[in-house]
Each structure stands twice: as C-alpha cells, then as structure tokens.
Design a protein around this ligand. Structure first.
Ligand code: HEM
Length: 475
C-alpha cells in the first residue's frame, strides 16, 4: 500500500510542479530579481531535504547561507522564506492585502471552506469579530471556574503510577476547553459523539489525501460529514431555544452582517470545527513543552511551585477555587509560558501566497509563490534573544523588541484565542505543580512533527500525587 501512496505522491508532485512551472514562466511585472537560494531538483524541489532533516535545521542552514530572504521549493510549491521581523510585519501587517492565506484543498475539505483562517476581506473581518467577541477577556473571566473543573477532571486519572502520553492528555483537556468555549455546557452524549468523530478527522488530517475507500483520509472525510450532521442538530436545537448565549455558537447565531444577512448552518459548522482545530493541538503541544521544560530545570520548577503554592495557600489550602485575578498575577509562571512559546515556536511559519508580483527590499516575490515569515528563526535569532537555545524565562522581564515575538502570529489573522490559550495553560500548571511530581519516561530528547513539534512520543511520563492533597473538588 505504501508503494501505491508513494507512486501517487510522485505523480501528484509532478502535476503540481508543472502547474507551478507554468506560473514561474509568466513574465513578472517588475525587473526585480528572485531572492538567492536553491530550488532543488526539477519538480520535487527540496522536498526530500526538507522532510529528511529537522525543518528547523533546514531553515536555519538556509538563513546562514543565503541571509534573511531566500527561495526554495517544497512539495511542488515555490516559496520565498522571510526570516526578519520587518519582513514578517510587511507580509502580515502593513502589506497583508498583497498576500492571502493558503492551505492545501485536502485540508480545507476536512475543516470546511468557510472557516475563518481560509478567508480574506470583509467576510473574514465580520467572522473574526464574532470569534473575538466570544473570546473576549470579559467572557474568559467567567470561564475560569469551568476551565479549572475541566483541568481537575482531566488530571483525575493521573497519579496512579501508570505512564501516560502527556500530549494526548493535554489535547483532551484543550478539546474540552474548546467545547466549553464554543457551546457552553453541552449534553454528555453529544459531546462524546463530537469527540469521537473529531478525533477521526484529526487523525486523518495529516494523512496523504486520496480517494481509496478505507484510507485514513477517506475515513476522516466520512467523520467530517457526521460532524456536520451533529452540529446541524445542535444548531437547530439552539435556534429553537432562542437563547442569547455569549459562547461562540451564540455569537455566530445571533448576528447579522451590514446587509442584514445571517450565517448559514454550514458556515457556522465550518467555523466551529475550524476553531476546535486551531485550539486543540496548538495548546496541547505547548502544554506538553511546558511539562518538559519544567521537568528539565528543577530550580525553575521550585520557583514556579513556590509561586503556585502561595496562591494555593491563600485559597485556604485549595478549598477555594482559582480566581481570574490570580491567573493574571502569576509573574514567574507567566514568563515560563512565554519562554515555552518562544522555545517551542510550535507554529514555525504561517502560510501565505502572493496575490500579485511583490517587490520587497529589491527582491521579487512572484504572484502565486508562497511567502512564509519564519517565526521560529526570528524567535531563535541571538540578536533578539541572546543564547536562544537556553530556556530562560527571565529574558521576558524586558519586553521583546517589536515584531520579534509572534507565537500567536501578527496582523489581521493573529490568533484570537491567545488569551484563552494562556489562561488554560496557567490553570493547568497551577494544578500540576501543586498536586504532582513527575518523571519523563524513556528518551528525554527528540522531537516529532504532527504537524506541530512535540517532544518525542508525546512525552511519556509518570505522574505521582504530592502527599499534600488539593481539596477543592471539581463541580
Ligand atoms: C498556544 C496555543 C496557540 C497558538 C500557539 C496559536 C497560534 C496561532 C497563530 C500563529 C495564528 C495565526 C496563523 C496565521 O497567521 O496564518 C493563529 C490563528 C488562529 N487561532 Fe490560534 N493559537 C493557539 C491557540 C488557539 C486557541 C485556544 C484558539 C481558539 C479557541 C485559537 C484560534 C485561532 C483562530 C480561529 C485563528 C485564525 C484567525 C484568523 O485567521 O483570523 N488559537 N493561532
């Protein structure tokens, strides 16, 4: 079967490359030259080099050789990679209209074509406001007790000495937080059905797209269809109840654009699945990195523990729930989160495509080429973050220079879930360090990509409850 996939992949790359070659042969409207770099082999470009080595090493080596702007070709797509803060700002903020978000069609089909991050212009702005409303600080403040209850419930099965896959556990927790933000409290049966089908979509997301019945991709498409049906039933029920809820579903249902038009059920479903997708693996992988970085630095762990124990004690030995204000006043832990975001840089670059020929700093980015600002290279540039490979939260005592720290992106597509992500990570750390000790099992180093970087094998770890138990119970 692998042979068939490889064959289809080669054919697909061939046709993709031909299509792009045609575009490349078009005469550009400017006399600017292409940036330096290598386009690799005919058709496949540098795909093999990219996939056969750590992508960070691949991009860092290119930057060293060619400078902050260089060209390459990956998966049949000619790309200009941009590794300076100014270039990132140019593509994402000041000249964002010259670049559109670009994702493979196979992924769009799984999430839904109307989802926020595939959009541009007026529809994008309209949707974005709705999503931002449901994730405003005022909305998040009210969610603290529920997020805490979810964290406690997720950790219930930890601590009995069995080895757990940290990444999977963190993903489950962030999925539950996603469901809470989207639907408020959802019937258990519906939640389980959503979860079952969502995981099938998730596991087919990075598989090779094909039309072979029974393949992971086809199974994911079928699960996506079922998700659509479940969501349409939930939407129908909610409409009947005529509630004015402030969760994401409420915000999407109770709106009209300037022409007085409402969103269709399909548009709502695509956006719900889009937000779940954007929220889950991202937050889950950052939480996994936090667990690893704290594990690897016992002194830092002690400092975080001391900060969290003080909160625990002021909450009458954990008998009172965490408050919003407490989550906003965890200076050491907050810096650990920021440094984890920088070190792990789980979104190495956002995907953009030039909609016209663009000239930047004397170089041409031809229409149809990908233009990728390299967040990870910027986050690991010693000029902005001295000794960048060293995990050092205290570097955030001073604010980073403008446009050098973009774990949540920048500009019109910047992450609307960034405050929610930080909140759930802080709540998780509070309970983790006040209740558990943990040791990493097996290899302590190594990274896997799926697609976000995660410690190898999802960081298998054994968690043990601390003798002082935490009394506050999830409701
Ligand atoms: C640590 C966790 C997270 C990280 C590192 C992260 C990072 C990002 C980044 C870099 C972007 C911009 C992508 C681009 O420019 O193409 C983005 C967009 C987005 N994120 Fe997040 N995200 C996280 C968590 C969340 C959460 C919890 C939610 C929602 C509950 C969320 C919802 C979204 C959405 C809807 C977009 C698309 C925005 C648009 O296109 O206008 N993210 N995220």
């Amino acid at each position: 079967m692998d042979g068939i996939f490889a064959y289809i992949l080669v054919l697909l790359l061939f046709f993709l490359s031909c299509a792009f070659l045609k575009k490349q042969n078009r005469k550009p409207e400017t006399s600017a030259k292409l940036p330096p770099g290598s386009m690799g082999w005919p058709y496949i470009g540098e795909t093999l080099q990219f996939y056969s080595q750590n992508p960070n090493v691949f991009f860092a080596a290119k930057q060293k050789r060619y400078g902050e702007i260089f060209k390459t070709k990956i998966l049949g797509c000619p790309c200009v990679m941009l590794a300076s803060p100014e270039a990132a700002r140019y593509v994402l903020v000041t000249q964002a209209h010259l670049f559109k978000p670009t994702y493979p069609k196979s992924k769009e089909r799984l999430i839904g074509p109307s989802a926020l991050f595939f959009q541009q212009g007026g529809y994008h702005m309209h949707l974005r406001k709705l999503v931002q409303n449901s994730l405003s600080l005022e909305s998040l403040r009210k969610l603290v007790p529920d997020i805490e209850a979810l964290a406690l419930s997720a950790m219930n099965s930890w601590g009995n000495g069995t080895v757990i896959n940290t990444f999977n556990e963190m993903k489950r927790f962030s999925f539950e937080v996603g469901i809470l933000t989207i639907f408020g409290h959802l019937d258990t049966h519906l939640r389980e059905e959503l979860k079952k089908n969502y995981w099938m979509v998730d596991s087919g997301y990075n598989s090779f797209p094909n039309s072979i019945p029974g393949s992971r991709y086809q199974k994911a498409l079928l699960a996506r269809k079922r998700l659509g049906k479940i969501l349409s039933d939930i939407i129908c029920e909610r409409k009947k109840m005529k509630l004015l809820e402030k969760d994401l579903l409420g915000c999407l249902l109770n709106q009209k654009d300037e022409k007085g038009e409402i969103l269709t059920d399909d548009q709502i479903a695509d956006n719900i699945i889009g937000v779940l997708f954007a929220a889950q693996d991202t937050t889950g992988s950052v939480m996994t990195w936090v667990v690893k970085y704290l594990h690897d630095d016992p002194k830092l762990l002690e400092a975080v523990k001391a900060e969290q124990k003080a909160i625990y004690e002021s909450n009458e030995e954990g008998n009172l729930p965490l408050t919003w204000n407490q989550t906003r006043n965890m200076p050491i832990t907050h810096k650990v989160v920021l440094e984890s975001l920088r070190m792990a840089s789980i979104i190495s670059f956002p995907f953009r495509e030039a909609v016209v020929d663009v000239e930047y700093k004397g170089f041409l980015i031809p229409k149809g080429w990908k233009a990728m600002p390299l967040f990870r290279n910027i986050h690991h540039n010693p000029e902005f973050f001295p000794d960048p490979q060293n995990f050092n939260p205290s570097r955030f005592e001073v604010a980073p220079k403008p446009n050098t720290f973009m774990p949540f992106g920048s500009g019109v597509h910047a992450c609307p879930g960034n405050e929610l992500a930080k909140l759930e990570i802080l709540v998780m750390i509070h309970h983790l360090v006040t209740k558990f000790r943990w040791e990493v099992v097996g290899s302590q180093s190594g990274i896997q990509y799926g697609p976000f970087p995660v410690p190898l094998h999802g960081l298998p770890a054994r968690f043990c409850r601390e003798s002082t138990s935490y009394n506050y119970k999830a409701t």
